[in-house]
Structure formats: C-alpha cells, structure tokens
Design a protein around this ligand. Structure first.
Ligand SMILES: Nc1nc2c(c(=O)[nH]1)N[C@H]1C(S)=C(S)[C@@H](COP(=O)(O)O)O[C@H]1N2
Ligand SMILES: [Mo]
Length: 569
C-alpha cells in the first residue's frame, strides 16, 4: 500500500507519462530513508486525515440518502434491516450473551455497532480510495450487496427497504466520485510542495508560501465536502422525520375501544398492600416491561390491520379491526411474564386486558384434529407457537386490543396481540399479530424454538422480594419484608419467607382478582443490627412448591429461591 501511494504521488505530482513498470521510488537509498523519517509522516497523516474524512462523508451520504429513501417509501432503514438480519441469524448463545450484557438496551447497542463498523470501514476505505479509487467503489458495492442480502434474508417483500439500500449505495458512489475529483489533485499539489525535489511550476501552484491553504483543489474539496455534509444531514434528518408526519400509522389512541360486553368488576381494594418500595398490582402502561426482537417498533395502522386465520381449519377467514371491535369483547386480569426473567428479575407486569376470546375465534375457523400448534406471526415476521389445547381449555386467552383501559401502546403490540394466561410471552403473546395458522408442532417451529428455547412453556411458580431492596438498609428492630409471587393460571396458595437461613414462616397474601395474576405478599420480622439475608418461596394451588435449585432461563424459565441481603442499623 505504501509503495502504491508513492507511485501515485509521483504520477500525480510530476504528470509523467505513464511508464511500465512505474519508476521505483528509492532511487537514492539514503535520501529515501531520510525522507521517510522526516517528510513522509506529515504527508501521510494528511493523506490519512483527508482519506478518513472522505470515507466518513461517503458513509454519511449513503446512510443519509438511505434513510431519506426509507422515509419516503415508509420502509425499513438499511441499518435497521442489517441489524434485524444479524439478530435473526446470530447463534442463540450470542443473543443470550447480548441480552444478558445489555438487557433491553441490546437494540441500541446493535444499531450503534452496525454504524461503528460502517464508520471504521468507511475511514479505511477512504484512505485507500485516495490512491486506488476502484477499491472505494468495490467496497461500496460490497456493502450495498450486504445490505441487499439483509433485505432478502429479512424483508424479501419490502421493495422500499431494497430501494433504500440501492439509493444509499448510489449516493455513496456519487459522493466518492465528487470528493475524489477534488481531493486527489489537492493532495497532489500539497505533497508536491512539501517535497524538495518537486518542481514548483505546475498547475495551481502559483503561490510559494508553504502550508495547505492553497490551490483550487483544496478549496474544491472543502466546498464539495461541505455540500455533501449539508445534503447528507438534510436527507438523513428528513428521512427520520418523514415517517412521523406522513405516517398516520395508527398513532396511539387512533383506535377507539368499545366498552367490554361483560365488564369485570373493579379490582378488589386489597390487591395493593401499599408497602413503600413495592411495584403496584396494576402496572401502568408506560412501565410495562417490553421484550421483543423488533429493532424499530412496528407502527401499524389499525384501519389497514387484518388478521388471517388459516391452516388446519375448516373455514379459514380474515378479520379486520372494525369487525373485531364489533364483537363482544371481554376483560381479563393477566400477569404477563418473560421466560428470560431471572430469579428476582422484573420482566413481568400485570394489567387488565380487553380483547376477543381466542378460543371463539378458533372455533369460528373450525380447528381440525391434530392441529396441536397455533403458529402466530407478527407484522414484522416474528413467529410464536402456542399449544392449541391450552388456548381452548377455557382460560381467558385473548386477542387483545386494549390494556390498562387504553388501546395497546405501539410497543406492546398495537393494534392487536395475543395474551394467554399461564404461558410465557415467547410462546403466547404475539404482538402486532396479523396471522394465525393452525399447524402441528411436528411440522413447524416458531422463532425461539428454532433457537433452542422450549416449545411448551408454562410459567413456573415463582416469588420475588421487593422490600427491602437488595443490599438495602433498614432500621434495626421491627421491619417489613414484602414482594410478589406468581403461578399464572394455577394461583398462589402460600408464600414463605425466612431470615438468615432460619425457619420458614408464612407471609400474608394480598387479595387477587383471580388465578391469572401475581399476588403481593408481606411479612413482618424483627432484626438485630448487622447484615442479614431473606429468602422467599411460593407454593401454588396444585401444592407444588418453588424449588431451590437454580436453573437458567433457557430453555423454559428460571427456577430458584430469590435471596437478597440487607443491613440493619
Ligand atoms: N411480534 C413479537 N411479539 C412478541 C415478541 C417478539 O419478539 N415479537 N416477544 C414475546 C416475548 S418473549 C414476550 S416476553 C412478550 C413481551 O410483551 P411486552 O413487550 O408487551 O411486555 O411479547 C412476546 N411477543
Ligand atoms: Mo419473553
């Protein structure tokens, strides 16, 4: 690469007729060595700086115009498409690791990672392209190809996403061409002036003062770069801004929910124990936990939403939102939990849902015998397999349109999602659901099953300590221990606690509206000043007590007793 630069510098600077092979630079060995030591570094560093700037501008233009196209076409941004494809095609252990390391920030980290890779590659390619333009164009073509591959892997039906990648690639190529046109002569001029042997009588080099601020080449480069920067910024900003204005994409609240045909009574007043430091029995929508594979939240338009019910059914049909809302909707209090929740974790929330019974919907379609799996698909292609018998066994499995008295927030699946009490979300709670296919577990595997997670995943009996907070401090003497316990669709019969590995004793349980929600528990004790531990375990209505054995969330949910330490003083 170094010799490549050298040859080019000579060719550019001296306008010599091209010779083959090109003249070798080290004609006078000791001069060459000296030059390397004294003059080459500043020239190289300028070359690196200009090349990196050029590369960054090219990447910026590609991303900016890609965003603009995606915005105009209301399609997925190229960076997000690549991120999605990475998520879908990375090995499960990598996903696990990312989730455990970054938690729900994993998406932001992934998008940042994609951009960082592009920026680094852009900078390197920019430097190389200064002497070997073709490398720049080949690099751009490769990245465009990667983008298109991601579209094919993830959104084969999204022409907008494909055009965004192509437009981004073309914008990058045009920018590369514009910048190289000015950067190369500018550098050549400067390098010639920084070189003692170079003749000072060629084009543009009328001024004799040293330094970089000279010659139309440099001005041209700076002007072009500024223009590119402005255009890129405007394109990118417009691209990000457009979807929110042109959207009309079922902004939250656009859906007016009918009253339930059979409203539930108000929650018993005793569901909340009111212990400071505890999460409320009903999770406000804004605090509801969020877990999904979506890098950008699908923002569906409820007027365009339809749900197709098909597969092993006698009467396949499609239903739209007007029709769904004209049905007799019901309410249900259900605590949703994520299989990835660690012992003591907070990937669990409770609310009152409004929706249409899934079982009724399936009965309309007429489920054929042998169809043991309900394979549901979201608008963004995520799939979920739910045991048919569970949905049909009389529990309040819903095609939900509302939660907490409002339409579903976009993050929680607007305009419609599934909720099945007693099953972890990954096998039951498809958000943005648009397709329900009756099939067999033996024939088709859903998203997480393909990645080594469980197929049938009832929620495990579990309990959590919220008060005192882990490693918290309390006053010595009488103190309150409190938390929640859950065993959805079985119900909690008892919660026991123990302090400092002493004897277990039973906590007091709050009221619950049914067996599908968590329950708050509270216990009082007296502690001496010093360090203490508390442990909790729950027993469900089948008589099963939560085991002490620690098991990881994969493949079908964590087990173990939640234990925290606190200090009394
Ligand atoms: N479309 C879609 N729906 C999905 C998921 C997903 O990745 N995509 N994740 C599921 C998982 S693993 C859980 S735990 C619940 C979480 O629902 P919430 O984000 O509303 O709390 O959604 C489920 N529904
Ligand atoms: Mo989950």
């Amino acid at each position: 690469m170094t010799s490549g630069f050298a040859e080019d510098e000579e060719n550019l600077g001296k306008k010599r007729p091209s010779t083959h092979p090109p003249p070798r630079r080290p004609r006078i060995p000791h001069v060459t060595i000296k030059t390397r030591g004294t003059q080459r570094p500043p020239r190289d560093s300028r070359r690196y700086a200009v090349g990196a700037a050029l590369g960054l501008l090219v990447v910026g233009a590609a991303l900016g115009f890609g965003e603009l196209t995606a915005g105009l076409a209301r399609a997925t941004s190229p960076v997000v498409t690549v991120g999605d494809a990475l998520v879908d095609n990375s090995p499960p252990f990598l996903m696990e690791w990312a989730i455990s390391l970054f938690g729900t920030a994993d998406k932001a980290v992934l998008i940042t990672g994609v951009v960082v890779v592009l920026v680094l590659a852009g900078a390197v390619l920019g430097v190389v392209a200064l002497s070997r333009p073709v490398v720049g164009y080949v690099g751009l073509t490769l990245f465009t190809a990667v983008g298109l591959a991601a579209v094919i892997l993830r959104r084969a039906d999204d022409m907008g996403a494909a055009s965004a990648v192509v437009v981004g690639g073309v914008a990058g190529a045009v920018t590369l061409w514009l910048l190289l046109r000015t950067a190369r002569p500018a550098l050549a001029t400067e390098e010639r002036h920084g070189t003692p042997q170079a003749p000072a009588d060629t084009e543009g080099a009328t001024s004799s003062e040293p330094g970089p601020d000279r010659g139309p080449g440099r001005r041209g480069f700076v002007l072009t770069a500024t223009g590119v920067l402005a255009a890129t910024g405007a394109a990118g900003a417009l691209g990000r801004f457009l979807p929110s204005v042109t959207g009309g994409a079922g902004a939250q609240g656009a859906l007016t929910l009918p009253a339930p045909a059979s409203p539930l009574p108000a929650l018993p007043s005793g569901v909340d124990l009111g212990v400071p430091g505890m999460v409320p029995f009903s999770t406000p929508n804004k605090d509801f936990y969020r877990i999904d594979t979506a890098l950008t939240i699908p923002r569906l338009d409820s007027t365009r939403w339809t749900l197709r019910v098909h597969g092993l059914v006698d009467r396949p049909f499609e239903i739209d939102m007007d029709e769904l809302l004209s049905r007799e909707l019901v309410e249900a209090d259900i605590t949703l939990a994520c299989v990835s929740n660690q012992v003591g974790g907070d990937l669990i929330s409770n609310t009152r849902w409004l929706g249409f019974p899934l079982a009724d919907l399936l009965r309309e379609a007429g489920v054929q015998s042998g169809a043991d799996q309900i394979l549901s698909t979201s608008d963004d292609g995520w799939t979920c397999g739910t045991p048919t018998e569970v949905v049909m066994d009389g529990r309040d499995a819903l095609l939900a349109v509302g939660m907490g008295g409002e339409p579903l927030p976009h993050v929680n699946g607007y305009p419609a999602r599934m909720v099945v009490p007693g099953l972890y979300g990954f096998v039951s709670a498809t958000k943005w659901v648009t397709d329900i296919k009756l099939t067999r577990f033996a024939d088709e595997e859903a998203y997480w099953a393909q990645r080594g997670w469980g197929v049938r995943a009832p929620i495990k009996t579990m309990s959590r300590i919220d008060v005192p907070a882990p490693l918290g401090r309390v006053e010595a003497g009488e103190t309150v221990l409190a938390g929640v316990a859950w065993a959805q669709h079985r119900g909690i019969d008892a919660v026991e606690v123990r302090v400092d590995d002493g004897d277990w004793w039973e906590a007091e349980l709050a009221e619950v509206p049914g067996i599908d929600t968590w329950v708050q528990w509270v216990a009082e004790t007296s502690v001496e000043p010093g360090a203490h531990s508390v442990e909790v375990r729950a027993t469900d209505s089948t008589g099963f007590t939560q085991p002490s054995e620690r098991v990881d969330p994969i493949p079908d949910g964590a087990t173990g007793w939640h234990r925290i330490r606190f200090t009394a003083d």
